[in-house]
Structures are given as structure tokens and as C-alpha cells.
Design a binder for this molecule. Structure first.
Ligand code: G3P
Ligand code: MG
Length: 249
């Protein structure tokens, strides 16, 4: 079994406060800041190419119409995903999972890959992404596969039992979250650090699993979560959290 070496800070979607989310530039930015891991979202194009992208629709970050699940990679690869963030990033593209991993390996970064399936593609997305990953990544102590979808996590379990998984909990927790964590044999609980309560953190702590909180861009909130027992943070501005985690043991 793989012993997961989780960091205390994970750059969210790369380093989304400083570079367009889920891009190679974002990964480089996190590495330049000295961050050890990044979180990236993966989903499938219509023709099943795993790409690093958050939304189901293209509009917000590319200005194009349509849905990722209805767009072939050949069309998606021409889109521009940087200028919505700032003109300095004009021309930046949507990376494939493979292209992102190349940069992660080059920059010696760990990866939290969030399986972010378009509706109805929960199992397929995990299967295709993990298959692609299995051919290019072998540092399983620096890899965490996570998802809000328990179908995606179950597929990840079926395909690669010894790859660490993280159960993502939304603002409103499913009633059976602890059973899911047990059934899916997850290695971490990744929860919404902006909405969770102290009582919830204490409930999770009873499972004895590491607790990661997303998406924390505020030092006071980070300090409070830390005092409640949170082990690590996802942040768009990961460098800012250093002073909080430096006090962590
Ligand atoms: O994995 C943590 C976080 O990324 C989950 O929410 O919507 O930013 O993917 P979201
Ligand atoms: Mg995410």
C-alpha cells in the first residue's frame, strides 16, 4: 500500500489567484512560488480526451459557447483560456491531462487530480483519466485522486486500488459521508473550509484521516481551521498560507 505524503498547502487549480486556472502557466506559477503540489480538475471532451478544465461549459474561461462534453478535442484545443484572466495571459490553451503531467514531472510537483465529470460521465471520466495517468505517472505517494462523485471514486477504486483517494464533501454533506469514506477506502477528507463548522471537523477527525480544506485564501480562516484540526489547505494564493502552516507541526 502506498504511503501518501500529503503537503500542507496545495495550489488550487494551479495557483488561480496569479495565473489562469487549470493551465500549464498556472502549474509553472505554483512551482515558481515553491509550492509542492497542485490541484487540477479533469474532465472529458466529447471524444474522450482528458483535459484540465473546471466548468461543464466553455463560456467563463474561453468565451466560447457550448459544453465540454459536446466539444471534440480538435475544436477545444484551439480555444483560448487566458485572456479572461488578464491580457498578459492571452493565447494560453486548455491543457490535456498528459500535457499537464509533463509539466508536473518537469517541475517535480505532486498532484491532486480532481475527477470533475460532466453529468452522466462519472465512471467514464475516472476510467479514461486514470488509464492515461497510469501510463505517465508512477509516483503514487505524491498523487491523490479526489471527486465529489462517489461513482467516480468507486471507478478509481476498481481501477487502481492502491492509488490514494480523497472524498470531496460539498457544503451540504451527504448523510452517508462516513460510510462512503469507509466503503471507498479514502485516504483523506477534502471539505469546504469556508462553510464547515468546528463540529464537522471534529466528526471527521474521529475517522483518523487527514483533513484538507478548500478553498482558503484568507489567513484568519486558515488559522481558525488549523486550530480546529485541519491538516492542509487548497488555496488560489498558496504562498500566502505559508506563515500559517509554518506554525503547524
Ligand atoms: O478539490 C478542491 C476544490 O477544487 C473543489 O471545488 O469547484 O474548486 O473544483 P472546485
Ligand atoms: Mg477542483
Amino acid at each position: 500500500m502506498v504511503t501518501l505524503k500529503l503537503p500542507k498547502i496545495i495550489g488550487h487549480r494551479g495557483a488561480a489567484a496569479y495565473a489562469p486556472e487549470n493551465t500549464l502557466e498556472g502549474i509553472h506559477t505554483a512551482a515558481d512560488l515553491g509550492i509542492e503540489w497542485v490541484e487540477l480538475d479533469v474532465k472529458l471532451t466529447r471524444d474522450q480526451v482528458p483535459v484540465i478544465f473546471h466548468d461543464d461549459t466553455l463560456e467563463r474561461t474561453t468565451g466560447a459557447g457550448g459544453h465540454v462534453a459536446e466539444t471534440n478535442y480538435e475544436d477545444l484545443r484551439h480555444l483560448e483560456a487566458g485572456s479572461w484572466f488578464s491580457e498578459g495571459f492571452a493565447g494560453v490553451k486548455i491543457p490535456t491531462l498528459e500535457e499537464a503531467v509533463e509539466v508536473l514531472l518537469e517541475r517535480n510537483l505532486g498532484l491532486n487530480l480532481e475527477i470533475k465529470p460532466c453529468p452522466g460521465r462519472e465512471r467514464e471520466t475516472a476510467e479514461v483519466a486514470l488509464d492515461a495517468l497510469s501510463q505517465i505517472w508512477d509516483e503514487h505517494d505524491r498523487l491523490l485522486i479526489s471527486s465529489f462523485s462517489h461513482v467516480s471514486l468507486e471507478a478509481a477504486f476498481d481501477l487502481a486500488q492502491d492509488w490514494p483517494r480523497g472524498l470531496l464533501l460539498p457544503k451540504d454533506w451527504p448523510e452517508n459521508w462516513a460510510d462512503l469514506a469507509d466503503y471507498l477506502k479514502v485516504s483523506s477528507i477534502n471539505l469546504n473550509g469556508n462553510t464547515c463548522t468546528r463540529e464537522q471537523i471534529e466528526e471527521v477527525a474521529d475517522l483518523g484521516l487527514p483533513i484538507l480544506a478548500y478553498t482558503i485564501n484568507d489567513l484568519d480562516r486558515a488559522r481558525l481551521l488549523r486550530s480546529w484540526g485541519v491538516d492542509g489547505f487548497f488555496s488560489d494564493a498558496p504562498d500566502l498560507l505559508r506563515e500559517v502552516v509554518e506554525r503547524m507541526h
